[in-house]
Design a protein around this ligand. Structure first.
Ligand code: ADP
Ligand code: 5SP
Length: 462
């Protein structure tokens, strides 16, 4: 009997990736990829073009498909289903003031976290709806429905019939109750200043439509939820993803409501929860460092590994695009501790250490908010391709770091969701895809301590 294939799609910030996977074993048999434009506002048409390129020759071989997407992006549609403007992405922080307004209207940070699972930040869709209302009232008035990036692409694949979403991605909108697992349409209306149609919340293992050629379409989810599904995260596992964002996440059994705002209490792609701490500055910190030194990523990694731990005292605060963890939307990047004797190698290493220390901040916030004790870290995302990141990570985190072999865990998780929906079973299929390379090293707590000191000493600076 010929194998049954499923297609998992990851429409993330920088690119769209597709994996064709054996539904029985989880083995990847083919892949596709296409780039997205840069910037924090994107015409959703460009996601469709990248999706079409990345699935070419693959979709027809699949029995079912599922789309995972970057979280939170606001796709505001008019009554005809046409975007009223470019989508505002999760990393567009122009809505920081609107997030503060909504926190106040929801009764302050603690009450806000109780109601929506998170303290509102600029990234969440609700803040962007309020931004639209205040800055482009005519577009707000024309907005009839609002979708997330993965909802929009799922709707497109299904021939623009019913608009659907899943609980995982919906939990990142800011108008969803994670405790009650339902939308809060009144919060969306409060943000936008008028009623707005929201997609139907589908079950995690539901088929929500068919493509023009009859492929079944699963509900899809947010990229971080799909990564957790692809990795099959277990208690004690913390996933550290270094994509455009940096994310520390864990799967837990109860909803998390962190009034400090450092941890967003999202829902996962099953019936559990996915609290996560997200930074705005992930792998692009390494891109920037390599560009500043005029070297390739490989040379940058070699330079960093040639310097001693601690980078001769150089400390990078990598808040180049403003920051969300800690919540400093107006922050910029900063290098401290330079001397005339500082070498290029030390500068390169300071970039890697600074990025990893900011991820350690995210892991610490996750542990504080959930009581989760990190036993091992699974390192994924484009930044995990860097040898320097892999080898320096155990020194900063103080635990063993596993780098899974299949690089695209978001697309794999989407494929697993498609296989789950196709099977009609109550649980996702068991796939033996856990092969990984373990990195260990002596913990160097003084590096993180110096980072924390510099971070705290500069609080309030822009
Ligand atoms: N070998 C590498 N070393 C350092 N950074 C890398 C490497 N390979 C890819 N990256 C970076 O990873 C990022 C893309 O990661 P990815 O997880 O695909 O992002 P996203 O999911 O946000 O689209 C880019 O910034 C890219 O430059
Ligand atoms: O905003 C968040 C999580 O809350 C980001 O993690 C986005 O979901 C984008 O992810 P990448 O494209 O960086 O993987």
């Amino acid at each position: 009997m010929s194998p049954t294939y499923v297609l998992g799609i990851d429409s993330s910030t920088q690119s769209c990736k597709a994996l064709l996977v054996d539904a029985e074993t989880g083995q990847v048999v083919a892949s596709g990829r296409a780039g997205h434009p840069g910037g924090t506002q994107v015409d959703p048409k460009q996601w469709i073009e990248a999706l079409e390129l990345s699935v070419a020759g693959l979709l027809e071989r699949a029995s079912a498909v599922s789309v995972a997407g970057q979280q939170h992006g606001m796709v505001a549609l008019d009554a005809q289903g046409i975007p009223v403007r470019d989508a505002m992405l999760w990393n567009d922080i122009s809505s920081a003031k609107q997030a503060e307004e909504l926190i106040a209207e929801l009764g302050g940070a603690h009450d806000c976290a109780q109601q929506i699972g998170s303290v509102m930040v600029a990234s969440l869709t609700a803040s962007k709806l309020r931004w639209l209302r205040e800055n482009e009232p005519e577009n707000a008035e024309r907005t009839a429905a609002v979708l997330l990036p993965h909802d929009y692409l799922t709707w497109y694949l299904g021939g623009r019939k019913e608009m659907t979403t899943d609980h995982g991605d919906a939990s990142g909108t800011g108008y969803y109750s994670t405790a009650q697992r339902r939308f809060l349409p009144e919060v969306a209306a409060k943000a936008l200043g008028k009623q707005v149609a929201l997609p139907r919340l589908a079950e995690a293992n539901e088929m929500v439509g068919r493509s023009s050629t009859g492929r079944k379409i699963a509900a899809g989810t947010g990229d971080n939820m799909a990564a957790a599904l692809g990795l099959d995260l277990q208690p004690g596992d913390v996933c550290v993803s270094m994509g455009t964002s940096g994310v520390a996440s864990a799967v837990v059994d109860r909803s998390v409501h962190d009034g400090s705002g450092l941890v967003s209490g999202f829902v996962d792609a099953t019936d559990r929860y996915l609290p996560l701490a997200c930074t705005l500055n992930g792998a692009p910190v390494l891109d920037f460092g390599a560009r500043m030194l005029g070297v390739s990523q490989k040379e940058f990694s070699d330079l960093a590994l040639a310097a001693e731990p601690g980078s001769g005292g150089a400390v990078l605060l990598p808040y180049f695009g403003g920051e969300r963890t800690p919540n400093r939307p107006d922050a910029t990047g900063m290098m401290h501790g330079l001397r005339t004797s500082t070498t290029r190698e030390q500068i390169a290493r300071a970039y890697v250490e600074g990025l990893l220390c900011s991820m350690r901040d995210a892991v610490a916030a996750l542990e504080d908010a959930t009581g989760v004790e990190t036993r091992r870290i699974l390192l994924i995302g484009g930044g995990a391709q860097s040898e320097a990141v892999r080898r320096i990570a155990p020194q900063i985190f103080g635990v063993a770091v596993d780098v899974p072999q299949t690089a695209e865990y978001v697309a794999l998780g989407a494929a697993r969701q498609a296989a789950w929906a196709l099977s009609g079973a109550s649980e996702p299929p068991t796939w033996n895809v856990a092969d990984s390379t373990r990195y260990e090293g002596e913990a160097r707590p003084e590096i993180y301590e110096r980072y924390v000191h510099t971070r705290d000493a500069t609080a309030g600076w822009n």
